[in-house]
Design a protein around this ligand. Sequence first.
Ligand code: ADP
Length: 195
Amino acid sequence: MLWPSGLRTSDLLFRTIGINQDKTINMNNRIELIRGDITKLQVDAIVNAANSSLLGGGGVDGAIHRAAGPELVAECRALHGCATGEAKITKGYKLPAKYVIHTVGPVFGRNPSRQEEQLKGCYYNSLKLAVENNCKTIAFPNISTGAYGYPKSEAAMIAVNAAKAFPDNNNSIEKVIFVCFDDENYAIYKKLLNS
Ligand code: ADP
C-alpha cells in the first residue's frame, strides 16, 4: 500500500477510522498499537480470531463476517476448517482490508500443555501467510482473549514476543498493528510496548 509521503501508517489509519489518536506505540518502527474496530482498518490483511469451522461466530469473527458480507463465508466454506494455531487466508470482500487471515486461537484450559505454543502459532502462521501474499501491513485482534478466555496479560506477552521474533529477513512486513477493542487489553499492550 502506498502512503502519502511524510504520513505514518497510524495517521492514515486513525484518519480512516475516525478515532482520536490517544497514543500510538511505535516499536522499531514496525509494531503499532491502536484502540478500535479492526473491521475499519485499511491494511493489507486483518486477522480474524475464528473458530475451527471458519464459518463465523461471535466477537471479532462476527464483526468481520458482517462487514465483509456473505461472500466471505462462501469462500471460507471451501477451506474446510482450520486447526488450532494454524491460519488460512481469504479475500476481504467488502472490508477495507484486502485479505482476511483466519486463525484459530486455543480455548484457555482445554489443552493446557499446548495452549501457549498454539497461541504463538496463530501469530507466527498469520505473519507467514502475510509474507507469502505480499502483505506489508497486518492488523491483529487480541486472539483468544474474549470468549476463549485466555488471560489477557499472558496473551499479550505471547503476541508481542511472536511479532518481535518473527523471522522476516527481507523486512517484507512494514507494520504489525495490534488492535485492542477493550480498555483492559489496550492498557496491557500500552504498558508492554512501552517497557
Ligand atoms: P476469541 O474466541 O478468540 O476469544 P473473541 O472475538 O471473543 O475471540 O475475542 C477476541 C478479542 O477480540 C477480544 O479482546 C475482543 O475484545 C476483541 N474484539 C471484539 N470485536 C472486535 C472488533 N470489532 N475489532 C477488534 N477487536 C475486537
